[in-house]
Design a binder for this molecule. Sequence first.
Ligand code: 5AD
Ligand code: SF4
Length: 446
Amino acid sequence: MEKKRVAITTLGCKVNQVEGEAVAGLFRCHGYEVVDFAEPADVYVINTCTVTHLGDRKSRQLIRRARRSNPQAVVAVMGCYAQKAPQEVAALGVDVVIGTSGRERLVELVEEARREKKGIVAVTSPTAEFEELPHIPEGRTRAFIKVQDGCDHFCTYCIVPYVRGPVRSRRPERVVAEARTLIEKGFKEIVLTGIHIGAYGRDFPAGEKIKDLADLMEQLLQIPGRWRLRLSSVEPVDVNFRLVDVMAGSEKVCPHLHLPLQSGDDAILEKMGRGYTTVEFLRLTEYIRSRIPDIALTTDIIVGFPGETEDHFRRTLAFVERVGFSQMHVFKYSPRAGTPAATFPAQVDARRKEERSRILRELGEKLAAHYARRFLGREMEVLFEEPPAPGVGEGLTGNYLRVRVETPDNLAGTFASVVLEEYRDGIVLGRLKNFAAEEERKKERK
Ligand code: 5AD
Ligand code: SF4
């Protein structure tokens, strides 16, 4: 019998991607072939996002596209947008709707929908415990491990705590076991991800040996071998001396922290409910840099939060320049129904948001170039990924510089020393240390 084909596509964050890959694995276990979303399939799965209205819109577009591709197919929708608006999703002609939990039942529900030719909406409130899903990452270089789900912070703009539920941490034994397996398989970088990883362990009962993210990292760092550990986004309020100690204390930890700032103005930060002031944030970054001098600090900023005036925005520009982030993700504020900020007065019009976003992105590029240029002339370790083109090698340094070299070899999954030479359009061009030496030798021989 021919294998049934499933096409899966994921929007949104890394956590969503990990979950999408896990669901792909579940379908494979049930004998399905996983195909590209553009190919004809018997089942389409759209793993949705709702962090801004763009997530909703893209989710709806993909659902319609799947429906059109094969009217006979079963279309299943999961993830944050489905969690938020299950009926809206079902009304688009979707056969199975689940949300941000109960994913291990998806294959079963899809088969039930196909057999009985009926629609199923099975969205429940997010589970009380961390949901274990078997996960085999794609590729062979970097693997993302989900260590935590949910958020209790309730920033006034954010829908995520409503759709992802409260903080649930994954058992440390499971995280360590997964990391061990991946490293044994040859993965060279482990990235810890979650919705709010700085809150890791907060839901564990008192008296546990591993209580927080720093403890978890220490456990992981005992895994031998040549590999490195990276953290994804950590909320500024969750960075403490212990965490910085663990980061500074091991060569294995990438000198990189993504600290979402959101605004560089105190009045706006207060209205966002972020829990810190710009002075506190600045002190934090100064302390981190005193311990890890070359660290890459990256961030998220929202422009056009309700009440944001030109003055507020100018203060944000000045502040991000002062901190000197090496990369910035800029989001245009999107009112999310049900969050406090959606009803705040003085909503900012679309044109202003667009303009501020453009200005901030330009500044982001300038700061990225400035940071990268500090490292030109130095020799740095690059972890190579799948080559983007024949004869070209590309990868990341620990401090998140994207580096490209010329090389006849496929270096995917290996570390190599590169002399950084030139920064161009977001990429550092360099020379492979050993390759360069080899070329020199060849010339001498001639
Ligand atoms: N509008 C715009 N951006 C948002 N983010 C979260 N909620 C919203 C919203 N309502 C951004 C924040 C967060 C990132 C993942 O998404 O910057 O850090
Ligand atoms: Fe999007 Fe947030 Fe859900 Fe990730 S957690 S998919 S960013 S809404």
